[in-house]
Structures are given as C-alpha cells and as structure tokens.
Design a protein around this ligand. Sequence first.
Ligand code: NAD
Ligand code: LMR
Length: 367
Amino acid sequence: MKRPFRIAVTGAAGSISNSLLFRLAAGEVFGTDQPIILQLIERSEAMEALRGLAMELEDCAFPLLHTVRLHDNPEDGFRNVHFAFLIGSKPRGPGMERADLLAANAEIFSRQGRALNDHANPDVKVLVVGNPANTNALIASRNAPDLSPSQFTAMSRLDHNRTKGMIANRTGFNTADIRKVAVWGNHSASQFPDVRNAEAMGEPIWPGLDHDWVDATFIPRVQKRGAEIIDARGQSSAASAAQGAIDHMRDWYQGTPDGDFVSMCIVSDGSYGITKGIVFSFPVRCRYGRYQIVQGLPIDDAAQKRLDATEKELLEEKDAVKHLLPAETEEAHNAMSVSLRSGATRYAEEDRDDDSDACVLRTDRVM
Ligand code: NAD
Ligand code: LMR
C-alpha cells in the first residue's frame, strides 16, 4: 500500500480550487493508486465555505482521499506537504492589469515561502497559480532559503494549452496531434506563444501557417485570452486554470510524453540568454520528478524581440518587489543549473497526522 502524499492547496474555497480539488481527489494528478491527504488553506473569513467544500469532498467517497485538513494559516497548512498549489490571492477584475495585483498579493507569498521553508517536506514541489504568478513564485522561493529554487514553479500551462487549442482550431488537427508548442516569459500580455517549432502528426506546421495571422491575430489573442474571458464571464478563468494546474503538476511528477515538451515558469539558469534568477516560462521536459529546459530551439530576430520584452517586464516586476527579496537567497537563485533538479519524494522524520490543532475532517476508511 502506498503512503499518502500530502497536498496543500491555498485559496481552497475559491473558484479555481472548486474545479481542482475533486479531480485531485479522483487521482488525475498523482495516479489512481496514490492516496492523498488534502491540507486546505483559506483566509479565516472563508473557513465556513471551506468546511462546506470539505463535506462535499467527503460525500464523493473518493477511495484515494485519505484525510481532509482545514487550516486558516500556511504554517500549519504546509506541514510536511509534498506538493503545494498556491492559488489563494486576489484575482484581476475587468480593466485591471496583472501589475495592479503585485502590491495586493506580494506579501501573501513572502509569508508562504517562509512557511514552506519551515514546515513543508524538504522535497516539496510548489506550483504558484495566484497572479502575478511568476513574481509571486519568485517571492516565495526567495523567502525559502533552505529549499532549492528548482522546487518553485509558476503556471504558464494554461497559456500553453490555449496555444495548442487555437492552433488545433486553425489547422483542423486534434489538440492531441499538436506537439512542441512553447510559451516563453511572463504569464501576462507580454508572453510569447511560440509555434515556429510546432508539429502536427509529426510534420512541421510553420511552413503552412499564415505568418501575418500568427503575428496580428494569434499571438495577441493568446496573450490577452485571460482578459477576454474576464470581459465575457465577469470573472477570471477557473476551470481551464484548474486544468492547467492539473497538467502542470501531473507532468512534473509523472513526466512529459515522448517527443513533446510543455511550458513551465521556472527560475532562469541563463538559458537562451534570459537573466538568471527571474521566474520565466521555458519549454521543458520532465522525467522522474525533474525538469530540464529544452535547449537549442532557434530564436530569430523577431522572437528575440519578444523574449526581450517579456524579460524586461519580469525585471520590472522584480524591481517593484525587491523589498520582499532577502539578499541571502540571491546567490542560490543566480546559480541555478538545469541539470541539477531535485526529484525524489522523501518523508520527513516527523511526518505524522496528529501534530496540530487544525480542524480535521477524517474519513473512517482504512488505508
Ligand atoms: P477566487 O477569488 O475565486 O478565490 C481565491 C481564494 O483565495 C478566495 O477563496 C480567498 O479567500 C483565498 N485567499 C485569498 N488570500 C488568501 C491567503 N492569503 N491564503 C489563503 N487563501 C487566500 O479566485 P480564483 O478565480 O480561484 O483565482 C485565484 C488566483 O489565480 C487569482 O490570482 C487569479 O488571477 C489567478 N489565476 C491564475 C491563472 C494562471 O494561469 N496562472 C489563471 C487563472 C487565475
Ligand atoms: C488568465 O490568464 O486567465 C488568468 O491569469 C486570469 C487573468 O487575470 O488573466
């Protein structure tokens, strides 16, 4: 019998989590033979709503759901966790840019970085979804001196999936047949969705694409898809964001398909000339819980301009939160190497289920 993984989710009563949690509990990320303990974290004001959600989780009778624990603070909530989905933060409303969220959300992630450092399993894998996701991930990572920067990632998988979907619509292929798309840079309107290396059923699609359409229609549409959804729905994407989070963590843990790559925002090691130490979306391959940046993709002048623009935005965001980036972690972030990624899931000595005052909903199932 496998030991349960402990999974933390912040913002657990919010819209994205409402789509994510039931699929996590059904085994879509860690496999249908892997039991999980959910450690759900919310603001105190939302604890009652969270309790309702936890009851619904119980009522699904998921065989893999070992225990659901509810926490109103990250210090208890991150105790011994192996995986953390950092979703809780204020979403963007109509007319707002992601930069407007920097000030509102930055403090949340410095506290969460410290809490992960002090309480999580030493090999915890972290996915930041809450916006501005790249810079929030940087803040969390820089506040976790005992963890490797490679343990902190942010989500560009939704943009990657959007890219695949739009290319599939344009070319008439199924999304499953489209491979090797990439999203570079920030999860924002400066991102670069790149289809120059993409293949459909193993054949390059770039020669058959209308390049004016790519520049004038496709790239801006992917870049601004979040705002398009907010305008239409009155609130930001939720189910598709949960799908992105599922895909990101599943592929990180279980590996990417042969002959394809995915996009993940990770701490730059200087690949493709990107400034070291910022959290930048790169094409990556994952194996055995590790990721590596896909090297050697051609970057022409037009692509370079786009990389420069999104890198510049990330450097500006970094500058805006510099008061939250402790100097002691700077060196580790500037000395990343793609070939040194921590992978194994270890259990801390003190990993046990009886060590906090948190509100616990236990199932009576024997695991
Ligand atoms: P939501 O408002 O529905 O839910 C957010 C939840 O977070 C709320 O329940 C709130 O109480 C909780 N929360 C706020 N601060 C918290 C804290 N400090 N600790 C724990 N919980 C906290 O929002 P949502 O639609 O679920 O979106 C969440 C975030 O994800 C937003 O920042 C949104 O912009 C972002 N997002 C990112 C992507 C991406 O691709 N990276 C996609 C969609 C949305
Ligand atoms: C998205 O891309 O849908 C989210 O990041 C929400 C937003 O603010 O755009």
